[in-house]
Design a protein around this ligand. Sequence first.
Ligand SMILES: [Mg+2]
Length: 339
Amino acid sequence: MKRIKPLILIVDDNPQNLQIVGEKIEQSGYDAAIATNGTQAYDFAKTNKPDLVLLDIMMPMVDGFDVCRLFKDNPVTSGIPVIFLTARTDYDDITRAFELGAVDYVIKPFNVMELNARIKTHLDLKYSREQLIDYNKELEKTNQELKQANKIISEKNIQLGETMKQLEIAARTDPLTNLLNRRRIIELIEIEAIRFARNKKLFSIVIADIDFFKSINDNYGHDEGDVVLKSIADTITATIRKQDSVSRWGGEEFLILLPETDANGAKNLTGKIREKLAVSSLVPLNIDLKVTMTFGIAEYDENIFIDSTIKKADIALYEGKNKGRNCVVIYKGDAENKT
Ligand SMILES: [Mg+2]
């Protein structure tokens, strides 16, 4: 706390000294307080916290050294600069004064300008020290706030990351079956086509359609229809290999992408799915229902658009439907499929 006029406490057992020093101090623009003994000085300082103390050494009862020690031992008064004002000049006393924490000493009789210069120096030092302490406190507070803000930001970032992840999953997933959606499987087919351009490893596309699905919905309701879709999705997922991908292509249609697999390899794998479905009832239903699927297969053809390869698988699928369903058909080329 900085006063308008700094308060200086003068401690001396000699009233005449007190008067002289007090006057000089006030003439120099300070407020002066006086104490005639050490105890009085210490009590005053604890309550009023003067900005500086001019302390006589030789006093009865409690001498200046003891007063200085009292000041320095108490955190309330330890920051107050103490200048000894003394008639004693021997080296030991001066050394002792500094050891006890005094900042300076002035020999009596003193020169007013010198005294003022020393007072000013130590007041400035004291204020600078206090400012530094305040500044450090501010800094510490700002640091804490920054830390808190950083913590919040990093928490928000984690939440954002989670949300992004969920959005990404949602953007590529069919919500009913948890299979990939149409958009995502097309991306994967495009990637596969790029890979083909480099390594010429054939891949196949299968379109699979549930036989008589409409009658399942009509007879048992859409909820049961959904159960069938999910159950079939699980069966296909459990049967394909790690490198394969399956998507929900449309209502009851699925598209399966089989990398590094020609039409015959695709037929083998697809046959396994067809057999699994044909021999097992779709379990979670309360009804004894056998569901079959028809599959159309097309090998990738680099000379046509991806859409056209998918179209070929579709044509094969409808050939299978016409043949009586529950079968696997490979697209055999334009000539044979024209009819
Ligand atoms: Mg004295």
